[in-house]
Each structure stands twice: as C-alpha cells, then as structure tokens.
Design a protein around this ligand. Structure first.
Ligand SMILES: Nc1nc2c(c(=O)[nH]1)N[C@H]1C(S)=C(S)[C@@H](COP(=O)(O)O)O[C@H]1N2
Ligand SMILES: [Mo]
Length: 252
C-alpha cells in the first residue's frame, strides 16, 4: 500500500471507530500510531486527539493559503502588544544588536545564535493570514528563516519529536511537532511587509506557524528546545493554552 492510501485507510478507520464503537476506540487507534497530542487527557482532549490524528494522516504536507500583495491588510490591527520590560527596551534602543536565539536539547550542536546570523541565512517570504481564535484575522507578508533550515544547521537528533519555543514575555511558550517544525511555511520571522518585524508584532523575532491559529505564533522568541517528551515542560500539555481550554494542536 502506498503511504497515502495507508494514511487514508487509517483515517477511515479512525472515523468509523469514532462513529460506531465510540470515541475511545478512535483514540486507541491514534495512540497506537503515535498521534496523541500532549493535552489528550484534558477536558476537550478526545476531540483534540481526533483532529490532530486525522490532520496528520491526511494533510500533513499541505500548504497554508498564500495571498497576493494586493490582499495585504492595512492598519489598524487588533492585537499589537507592548513589551514594557526594561531588558527588552534596552535591547530595542540598541537596534536588537544583542538579540540571540538559544537552541538547546536534542541537537548535536547546541548554540546561541545572534539575530544577525539568522538573518544572513537563506530566508523565505510568504503572504499568509494570521487567524486569532477570537475571530479576527489579518493578512501580511512575513519574512524569516524557515525553522527547518535552522534545525538542519544545528543537527537535530532524529529522535527529537517536538520543538518547544520560548518568548521573553512572561508566560508565553508553546511547541509544535516535527511535522510543523519542518514544514516549509513555519518561519522564525524577523520581517513583516518588507520592514523589520515591528515590536508590536513580536519584533525582533517571532514564530510564525501559518497552519495553526494565531496563538501558536509566539512573539519575542529567544529560546528553542528540542525534545522527544513534552511531559517535562510546564504542566506537560505542550503549552500553557490547554490549561485554559485552548487545544495544543490548533490546525486550520
Ligand atoms: N509573546 C506573545 N506572543 C503572542 C501573543 C502575546 O500576547 N504575547 N498573542 C498571541 C495571539 S493570541 C495571537 S492571535 C497572535 C497575534 O499576533 P499579532 O500580534 O501579529 O496580531 O500572537 C500570539 N503570540
Ligand atoms: Mo489570538
């Protein structure tokens, strides 16, 4: 059986099991194939597990929609944030010349990479829609380093299953699985609409994951950790969101 037909078959099995013998059987199939999200044990966990498993089987290589330049949104935007922390403002005053991205965990070459060096690697620009779970969205061109390029340059261990990423903003961190980490549209973005990424939108560096809801696109990123086990991070749900009812996997 080809890979795709095998995945289709598995997905059909999942749907059938969910319909006939109950959600539990579908979850058992997802589990057997290593497709359980870290928040599967929570209140909305079964639905989250089914969505995650089905999306991974059927659409894992698909691209988020890209738009034309004329569709780029103009101000005002709904959610620019302010970073009032002193260390951020000092760095900002110096043009973020001291900004670094630490890369740790399951990599052969852990290191702390200056922003300037990230910017010197081959970049990708794409016009995508950022969709907030609250119902608003905007379209912008994001420019950045594909996360896949970075992971290749630090020699990620083949056993690594997730990339955890941290903001300098208190309480903001999240993670994606390797499918999304290696996806060509997942960027460490430092540019927006042809300019440096503005501070309100996460400058100098944010994660941009256009195949998931906006809350996965964490702003002000300065640290990545590769791991094969999300249990050790926070409360073990892959991100803080699931504690408040937002699923870890937010595929769109
Ligand atoms: N550090 C940090 N990252 C964040 C947020 C935030 O408040 N702080 N908000 C998230 C949410 S809920 C959304 S919808 C998007 C909004 O992105 P924007 O500022 O480009 O509109 O950023 C996400 N990343
Ligand atoms: Mo959001």
């Amino acid at each position: 059986m080809s890979n795709l037909s095998r995945r289709r078959w598995l997905a059909r099995g999942l749907t059938a099991a969910a319909g006939i013998t109950g959600i539990g059987a579908a979850a058992a199939i997802a589990k057997r194939h290593g497709l359980m999200p870290p928040d599967a044990g929570l209140r909305f966990g079964t639905g989250a597990a089914l969505t995650y498993a089905a999306q991974r089987m059927l659409t894992r290589h698909s691209l988020a929609r890209e738009f034309s330049r004329s569709q780029i949104s103009s101000a005002p935007f709904a959610n620019p944030t302010r970073m009032n922390e002193q260390s951020y403002q000092i760095s900002q005053a110096a043009g973020f010349a001291d900004w670094k991205l630490a890369v740790e965990g399951m990599v052969a070459k852990p290191q702390s990479i200056p922003l300037q060096e990230l910017k010197s690697l081959p970049s990708r620009s794409q016009i995508t829609q950022l969709v907030c779970e609250e119902g608003w969205s905007y379209i912008a061109e994001f420019t950045g380093l594909p996360l896949s390029t970075l992971l290749e340059s630090v020699d990620a261990h083949p056993e690594a299953r997730y990339v955890v990423y941290y903001s300098i903003e208190e309480g903001w961190w999240d993670s994606v699985d390797m499918e999304d980490a290696m996806h060509p549209q997942t960027l460490l973005a430092y540019g927006m609409n042809g300019q440096d990424l503005p501070s309100g939108f996460g400058g100098p560096l944010r994660m941009r994951v256009p195949r998931q809801l906006g809350y996965k696109s964490v702003k002000y990123i300065n640290r990545l950790v590769l791991t094969d086990d999300l249990q050790q991070f926070g409360k073990g749900f892959g991100s803080p969101g699931p504690e408040y009812g937002y699923s870890w996997y937010a595929g769109i």
